[in-house]
Every structure is written in C-alpha cells, then in structure tokens.
Write a protein that binds this ligand. Structure first.
Ligand code: 5GP
Ligand code: MN
Length: 326
C-alpha cells in the first residue's frame, strides 16, 4: 500500500499484534539502532512480546544505549504477528535472511522510514509511514510516540536522541532541521547531551585512529581536487582488528577537505567486491550517482556495490566525475 502521513493503519496493526519483530537495516547505524530500541521499549511497556532482530552487529559507539544487548541475530522459530521495519525502505536491506522470512510469511509488515522509496517498493509493506524530509527515523518514532500520547522513558529518550544525532552528523548535516532541534530540546529533560556526545564521539579505540592515519595517507584526489577517494582493505581490517562500523566515519574526513564536493570510501567486503559509500555537498546529488551504479540513498549520502579491482573502480569514478563536472 502507499505510505500515508498518518499512523492510523500502522496503529491498527500494532494494536492487533501480540508478538512483534522489530528490525532495521543490515549494517545498522545509530538511527536504525536508536529507533529500533526506542520502539521496542515502548511496545514492551504496552505489554507486547518484542524481539529486536539485527543482521549485523550494532555500531560500537552506540552500545551504551539501554537494550543494546537485548536483541538477536537469530530469527525466531515462529513467525511474529507483525514485522515492524525501521529505516529500511528497500525491504531487501534488512538482510537476506529476514527478507526471505518476510517474503514467506503472511504476517503483516509495517515500515517507519525516511529514505526515498522507489515506485516498485511502495506497495511492498502493508502499512508504511515514510517521510523523506524527516531528519531521522528516530524522529519519526518520536512523532509516533507523541501521536499515541506516550510519555517517553529515559532509555527511550536517549535512543531517539542518539538516533537523531547519528543521522544529522551531530546536527551538522543538511538533514538537520527545526524538528531535530525541537525534539532534542524536548528530550533534554531526560537526556544529558554531553553524555551522549562523549559516548558517540570520544570513545574511539586507539587502533581505529592508527588505521585512519594509514588510510588518509593513501587518499586519492580526483577531478582537480573536487573529489577524494579513500580505500579500506580486508588486510587493514585484519591488521588493526577493526570491524566495518569502526570505519563508518572515515569518509567524512575526505569530504571535510577544502574544495572537495564528492568523497568516496571503497570498503573491501570480499576480494574484488567493494562497498562504496559516497558523501557529497555543493549541490551534488549522491543518490543520482549511486543509482548509476545500481545503488541509491539520500542527496548527500548514498552507496553502491562495485565489483572489480580498486583501480578499475577509480577509472569508473573518474568517468562519472567527468560527466558531473563537464
Ligand atoms: P552508507 O554510505 O552510510 O552505507 O549509506 C548511506 C546511505 O546510502 C544509506 O542511508 C542508504 O540509504 C544508502 N545506501 C548505501 N548503500 C546502498 C546500496 O547498496 N543500495 C541502496 N539502494 N542504497 C544504499
Ligand atoms: Mn536513518
């Protein structure tokens, strides 16, 4: 069904369900995690039996959130009465196992999201609330809780607060809007901003910073300094004993360089297979470039998979840059 700017259909399905599975997308970020934990906590308080599923581990710097251990990467034996998916407009992004399970299940599926939805995905969920202009899915969960007249508990406020901080880059990205400030201001009664900020940003393992310095030393500048590309290899992950969520922020260093409007991070997933994360500014639409590679995303943050060597990837990127800048 088409998504609507009302929670009525979603609430109808939630009210009927006893056993609910809540999940975000694979490679979860702080927003996906925060919105999942906040929603799960609220549903549990209202007497539901809730399982939070995640395909991959939660980001290390959000593990301070209450409930961060109370979830599973094993699918429950029996189907829930309802699947609630957060922050993952493309249903496949929940990961292959849950996607297959949802496809096979007759239980209704609900979506809360702020990603651009392609036309062929719009009818996949039984009920959806999608607002592409929302700064974070966590902000949508806040709207839903307010709409239902729910008074948030401290742990829920912290999860929503952290989710908004995550998706707005600490209130710095273009997605930062008045609602982000209004929600955070409202939550400050229950949340200590410095506590959250220090957990997210000043809690980095030393090895992660050593790895970053190696990666930045090897950064490539393209298009006369308008683009910066970094690469992270499987060998580096192994040598520094780091996990993909440790390198999530690295691409931001590339975008922070004066004159750079397109930054890319090639992360080796398997030999010859790269997950590319793109960050743009100055009016360059990352989602359009990513779509050219079969991926997608937002205006300033998008991604895609690339098969081939890193050098081949660079050549392809140079081709694309030519078409963007000429
Ligand atoms: P990240 O670079 O942090 O992995 O992803 C940034 C954004 O790009 C995400 O919010 C997501 O919407 C989008 N994205 C990343 N990778 C892919 C992909 O392979 N396919 C699609 N459709 N979107 C992606
Ligand atoms: Mn999000």
């Amino acid at each position: 069904m088409q998504s609507e700017k009302t929670f009525r259909n979603i609430d109808g399905l939630i009210d009927k369900a006893k056993v609910i599975l809540v999940a975000g997308h694979e490679m979860p970020d702080g927003d996906c995690m925060g919105s999942s934990l906040a929603l799960a906590s609220i549903l549990k308080r209202s007497g539901k039996s809730v399982t939070v599923f995640k395909e991959d581990r939660y980001p290390f710097n959000y593990m301070f959130l209450e409930g961060s251990q109370d979830n599973t990467d094993a699918l429950p034996e029996n189907d829930p009465d309802l699947f609630i998916i957060l922050d993952s407009g493309s249903p496949e992004r929940v990961g292959p196992r849950l996607f297959e399970r949802m496809q096979a299940s007759k239980a209704p599926k609900v979506l809360f999201d702020h990603h651009v939805q392609s036309d062929d995905k719009k009818t996949w969920y039984d009920a959806a609330y999608v607002d592409e202009s929302a700064c974070a899915t966590s902000a949508i969960i806040y709207r839903w809780a307010k709409d239902r007249g729910i008074k948030l508990e401290k742990n829920e406020a912290e999860a929503i607060y952290a989710g908004i901080i995550s998706d707005t880059g600490g209130l710095k990205y273009g997605s930062t809007d008045k609602e982000a400030f209004l929600i955070l201001a409202d939550l400050v009664d229950l949340v200590k901003p410095w506590h959250i900020a220090s957990q997210i940003y000043e809690n980095i393992p030393e090895k992660q910073l050593r790895m970053l310095s190696e990666i930045l030393a090897d950064m490539r500048m393209l298009a006369g300094g308008k683009a910066a590309v970094i690469k992270i290899t499987l060998d580096q992950f192994e040598r520094y004993s780091m996990h993909p969520d440790n390198v999530d922020s690295f691409v931001n260093f590339a975008r922070s360089i004066k004159g750079v409007s397109i930054a890319m991070r090639f992360r080796e997933k398997a030999p010859g297979l790269w997950k590319v994360s793109m960050r743009t500014r100055d009016g360059i639409d990352a989602s359009v470039i990513a779509a050219g590679f079969g991926g997608g995303g937002h205006r300033n943050a998008a991604g895609f998979l690339f098969e081939g060597s890193f050098e081949q990837g660079l050549l392809k990127v140079e081709e694309i840059l030519k078409s963007v800048y000429e």
